[in-house]
Design a protein around this ligand. Structure first.
Ligand code: 4NP
Length: 161
């Protein structure tokens, strides 16, 4: 990881459609921070607008439900320039999301922008694979990735006081 992320108080998870990866990441992080008793602001968004207002993909909802987490109330929204001031940290699922976010990032943005997997030892630079066009097993793999990211975020917040 090439950036020092300590105790971010507000985190935005970003993917393409905001119906698969980033809502799962938000759900995993909500559960992990709640379990740790740490108060943070969490949200998710997509770079695209196709699914704005939609709930998470039913396969993503099912994957979260298998882990005891209900993400059915989440609704997709598109990334805005304001997000670069409203959040301390924006975590993109993959390189395309990162590039698209950089394209609208205001010059005086205050948010850090990086890949989700940059937070995991040995996985910096990797993307969370998009499960949208695949089968259910892709969603299980997405969950493993985003749950590890959520744990890494909680660990950082727990140790940085
Ligand atoms: P997500 O997955 O970026 O993880 O939410 C996708 C959802 C929808 C589409 C692509 C990826 N789509 O092309 O509609």
């Amino acid at each position: 990881m090439n950036k020092d992320v300590t105790a971010p108080l507000s985190i935005l998870f970003l993917c393409l459609g905001n119906i698969c990866r980033s809502p799962l990441a938000e759900g995993a992080a909500r559960a992990a921070f709640a379990a740790a008793g740490i108060d943070v602001t969490l949200d998710s968004a997509g770079t695209g607008d196709w699914h704005v207002g939609h709930p998470p993909d039913r396969r993503a909802q099912a994957e979260a439900r298998r882990r005891g987490i209900d993400i059915s109330a989440l609704r997709a929204r598109q990334l805005t320039r304001n997000d670069f001031y409203d959040f301390d940290l924006i975590l993109a699922a993959d390189e395309t999301n990162l590039r698209d976010a950089r394209a609208i990032r205001p010059a005086d943005a205050t948010a850090e922008l990086m890949l989700m997997l940059d937070l995991l030892p040995g996985r910096a630079g990797e993307g969370v694979r998009d499960p949208y066009y695949g089968g259910d097993e892709g969603f299980a793999a997405t969950w493993e990735d985003v749950a590890a990211v959520a744990s890494a975020l909680v660990a950082r917040c727990s140790t940085s006081g």
